[in-house]
Design a protein around this ligand. Sequence first.
Ligand SMILES: N[C@@H](CCC(=O)N[C@@H](CS)C(=O)NCC(=O)O)C(=O)O
Length: 352
Amino acid sequence: MIFLFSKTYFAKTSFILSLFPFKHSRQMARSAIDEVSETGSFTRTASTFRSFISRDPNSQFPAESGRYHLYISYACPWASRCLAYLKIKGLEKAISFTSVKPIWEQTKETDEHRGWVFPATDTEEPGAEPDPLNGAKTIRDLYELASTNYSGKFTVPVLWDKKLKTIVNNESAEIIRMVNTEFNDIAENASLDLYPSDQRDQIDGTNEWIYNGINNGVYRCGFATKQGPYDEAVRQLYEALDKCEEILGKQRYICGNRLTEADIRLFVTLIRFDEVYAVHFKCNKKLLREYPNLFNYTKDIYQIPSMSSTVNMQHIKRHYYGSHPSINPYGIIPLGPDIDYSSPHDREIFSA
Ligand SMILES: N[C@@H](CCC(=O)N[C@@H](CS)C(=O)NCC(=O)O)C(=O)O
């Protein structure tokens, strides 16, 4: 069934991809850094595997303890938001996870593609582990195991089904929704609902401008290859950050005084901002620590129990500065600023 779905999807994807004037042909294994059009602007393509895990035991992918595995990179904000959900929902025992090494390497001898790879041993790279399930050397191997005609990017996160040996879903925005609701029979923190029905419209609306302006906005700044697209992306980024700063002057979280999905999605970008994006992606008009509300808010979220364990700043810095030679050819990692996000913040003043 999944294979039928995949074939139709790939046919459509191939057609759509052929319409875009990307620098490299679609036959070549691509990375996000190649998704720059002739106009010099970065345009992210959609994820491919879009099945859903369901609490219904008769569904194709039922929510079962021990059945699913999350492949992540600690460096990646999209994967980190999924890991954050595993931790705050109390699903670490039910859904296992593995992180790859932070710096992209060549994934095959037969072509030039560079991407996520697993270490060969447990000790090679602190925080990363060899693939415990399939003996894969790379994330690319997993995509090729799941589909013989895959032509998209080899991205993390990957939500893997151990039983059917395939990828359930590789879109973090959807993975976090499944983790929020579908595993509540086994989640240790089942009562935490980060997408409550009475706030869904507000959360969706907030996610949209934060994604465009901030989450994807920093990438649009960093991957732009012409001044115009950079100028536009950076303008939108700071417009969105200023808006967050104003909102967070009135309430503890971005959608009110209750933590929601929108906060987790915003946090993963903010925590990388001063250490990486300000320098590597040229987001230096204003630093996060120059925004009092945003800076304290970032510390507040970081200090939620188990959240700090989803942030591996070594992996984050080594990945960005070390994996994009067109932006940072010598791979030098800047020393600072080494911010302590566990230091006190002032956000309790808004407690409900
Ligand atoms: N829409 C995807 C995006 C995931 C994504 O872009 N991941 C990046 C790492 S931050 C990746 O794996 N890139 C590999 C590549 O570009 O080749 C999601 O949110 O899950």
